[in-house]
Design a protein around this ligand. Sequence first.
Ligand code: CA
Length: 225
Amino acid sequence: MKLLIIEDEQGLRQNITTYFNEEGNVCESCGDLASAMDKLAMYEYDCILLDIGLPDGDGFAVLDYLKAEKKSESVIIISARNSLDDKIRGLNIGADDYLTKPFHLAELKARVVAVFRRKTGNSKGLVVFNEISIDLHGRAVTVNDTSIVLTRKEYDMLLYFIANKGKVISKTALAEHLWGDEIDMHNNFDFIYTYIKNLRRKLLEANGRDYLVSIYGIGYKFNAE
Ligand code: CA
């Protein structure tokens, strides 16, 4: 999963980042509203952790922006303001959840997983696509009931492809999702091919169908037909 942490308390921002990185996620972060808006205009995330009290404005502006741009990022508000008005306002303009500071990181993680499960439309934490099934809790994948061993990046890649099945995904978008926003400074994404090749081989070895299609000059598509 790729997360954006918008939080001006540096210590908390760092703790959240370290915690979610160790869980195998890609984390980006920023400490003010202006940088958050820049990032949102350029990149995509699965989930945004949003502080409301920011030095240059309030976090509700992020929700207004996502709504106006019809973006699909999930948002969990993390705020020191424990006011019912703020909660209602946040949830009304598109936040998925609201967590009051201070909180335990384990609780934040549980909320993130719950939001992601709702987004992928399943309540058991299981993403199923034809013969492929992915257990989000255990990060385990089976193809035709045979478990296959994927590296962390291959796993994230498979989940990202299934979430975007049928869509052409550029190499840049794939790289940003799996390695973080800074990767767009690279001018060559050929290294991705190795990851695609290995993922494809592992799926085929378990008698999975061949879903991964290369779109010349652009990127890849996970064929859903
Ligand atoms: Ca703050």
